[in-house]
Design a protein around this ligand. Structure first.
Ligand SMILES: C[S@@+](CC[C@H](N)C(=O)[O-])C[C@H]1O[C@@H](n2cnc3c(N)ncnc32)[C@H](O)[C@@H]1O
Length: 559
């Protein structure tokens, strides 16, 4: 099997998030973005130390799991809703198998996961309260488009005028915005050249309130009169109500939604959502669980898992707009939330006051650093980190509290599986675990684990024999597992700077490295990695510095 060769085969199974396996003459090839049972044609695009990876070229035959017609026009080119042709029941079954497999491997085969199943989203379509659409063109120099990137492409954008993940109010707004700028002849931003005007359309809509915020994100490379757009949006016959329209200027090289300047064109810059009887004020960049109704399911489980909080000090780490903290506060002594995005912390404070809660405190900062300065000691901890999981240096600080119960909520089960062995090594056991599907049709899934620190009542002596044969534990398997979990050496900003200075003779600022990493979609450990974060305006690295940073990232095998 060689790079560039084309093969056909059946996808036998799919691991989280979208890693399919095809067997070709006894050799396993990883082919992403398929569904088990599909016959596919693929081209080998990677072959390294016996591991072959193929790029999916064509689906030759559907899987028997695909029991319905696609629900939107841009499937499968978009790649966002990979599983939309499967029944929702089958999607849940597949995600459950994937998560259970990952967690089981992490805790050790034979150790009880106390798995309680997967909970589906109360609504399958139109569930997203936030969606970020991009401006672009569907093909090079094609007409203006507004929607989602074509699978595997950072340039081509498919117009998502019938996207089923959002409420029809949001697609109606998308179409009107696209028509408006098409009529004006406005051009979209081209990130390689750093030229053009239109970047993103960010929509937020409260599922329970129907309140909508509209944000048009552009560069400052043109000027248009937005008054006609505002009137045309307000005239739309919607089920909900537009409560705010904003024009955000973003001149950064990074292609995420962020603001150098925000102009309020109409109404207000926040909306309200109600969850489990509490009211939350949410602004442009604050993190809020994207599926409000499934978030209610998730939070009910967290409440159940954490148990009796009466007279207890609770830490809600990675607290976002403080939703979990506030749901627990009425039955706890005090809840302290720690969150890196200042705007979300401010919103959390406002929300706590709105809900009449006086025993919640919210601290803005990196969990890694804030824990060093906290004098309070928690009785229980809730962890809800971003996709990359918990910073490896923050983990020992969390474990050092030695609290009896920790609830770990994870939006990426592979990160949870990576972090779990550290909890087990510190004496925790998985007492309860389950998944909640907040992201129907897509490959993503949320997982909740209750970790309990059991102090031994008594001891029993167990004799373990290592080696091959019945009743023995094979050392090779242990070594392989240890190797799989061995953390790779972390490439620090300092290493990148030193490499660049030695090779190119100039210095680069940490912020520039962070900007390039963010632009490349790389995980950000030492810098805030939330898309929701607001950035201070600053200068951008020159093309020469960007190239030097990319070279360093290649040298250290980060890309
Ligand atoms: C998955 S969200 C959870 C939010 C919240 N628990 C909720 O349910 O709405 C993760 C949050 O962690 C924040 N975050 C990311 N890195 C962080 C860090 N190093 N320290 C503190 N907060 C961080 C993000 O801004 C985001 O709000």
């Amino acid at each position: 099997m060689k790079k560039g060769e084309i093969y056909e085969g059946i996808i036998e199974k799919v691991d989280f998030p979208n890693k399919g396996y095809v067997n070709i003459d006894g050799e396993k090839v990883i082919v992403k973005n398929g569904i088990p049972g599909q016959k596919v044609r693929f081209m080998i695009n990677k072959k390294r130390s016996g591991r072959a990876e193929g790029r999916l070229l064509e689906i030759l035959e559907n899987s028997t799991l695909e029991v319905r017609e696609p629900v939107c026009k841009i499937f499968p080119a978009c790649g966002g809703c990979m599983y939309q042709t499967m029944s929702y029941e089958e999607q849940l079954k597949m995600k459950e198998t994937q998560v259970k497999g990952l967690l089981q491997e992490a805790v050790g085969i034979g150790t009880d996961l106390h798995w309680e199943g997967i909970h589906g989203s109360p609504i399958e379509f139109g569930y997203r309260n936030k969606m970020e659409f991009s401006f672009g063109d569907e093909y090079k120099d094609g007409p203006l488009s507004l929607g989602l990137h074509k699978k595997g492409s950072t340039y081509d954008v498919l117009t998502a005028s019938d996207c089923k993940l959002v409420h029809p109010d949001m697609t109606a707004i998308l179409s009107r915005v696209l028509d408006f700028f098409t009529e004006l002849g406005a051009v979209h931003y081209k990130k390689m050249q750093h030229t053009g005007y239109l970047r993103h359309l960010l929509l937020r809509r409260g599922v329970t309130s129907g309140e909508i915020l509209v944000h048009v994100i552009t560069t400052s490379q043109a000027e248009y009169d937005y008054a006609p757009l505002v009137s045309r949006l307000l005239a739309l016959p919607l089920e909900g109500k537009i409560v705010g329209i904003m024009h955000i200027i973003n001149d950064s090289l990074s292609d995420v939604v962020q603001s150098d300047e925000t102009r309020l064109l109409y109404g207000q810059d926040y909306f309200y959502e109600t969850l489990l009887g509490l009211r939350f004020k949410i602004s442009t960049f604050s993190f809020f669980q994207p599926n409000s109704l499934a978030a209610e399911v998730l939070y009910s489980i967290v409440r159940d898992y954490i148990g009796d909080t009466k007279d207890k000090e609770v830490f809600d780490l990675y607290s976002g707009t403080g939703t979990i903290a506030q749901l627990l506060a009425s039955v706890a002594k005090e809840v302290i939330g720690v969150e890196i995005v200042e705007e979300a912390v401010e919103a959390a404070k406002v929300n706590a006051a709105l809900n009449g809660l006086t025993n919640c405190r919210f601290i803005a900062g990196d969990v890694l650093k804030v824990l060093d300065n906290l004098t309070e000691k928690p009785d229980m901890i809730i962890l809800d980190p971003p996709r990359d999981g918990i910073h490896p240096k923050a983990l020992p600080k969390i474990l050092a509290y030695g609290v009896e119960n920790i609830v770990y909520i994870s939006c990426k089960p592979t990160s949870l599986a990576r972090d779990l062995p550290a909890f087990l090594a510190a004496g925790y056991e998985v007492q309860r675990s389950c998944s909640v599907d907040q992201f129907c049709e897509t490959v993503h899934v949320e997982t909740v684990v209750l970790l309990s620190h059991k102090k031994p009542d008594s001891h029993i002596n167990i004799k373990v024999e290592f080696g091959e044969g019945e009743g023995k534990v094979p050392l090779k398997a242990i070594a392989e597992r240890a190797e799989a979990y061995k953390p790779k050496e972390r490439v620090t900003y300092k290493m990148i700077k030193e490499y660049i200075e030695a090779k190119y003779g100039f210095k680069v600022h940490t912020a520039y490295i962070a900007e390039v990493k963010r632009d490349l979609g790389l995980p950000m450990y030492d810098a805030p990695n939330a898309v929701e974060e607001l950035k201070n305006p600053r200068k951008h690295p020159t093309a020469e510095k960007v190239e030097a940073i990319k070279d360093a990232l290649k040298y250290f095998e980060v890309i």
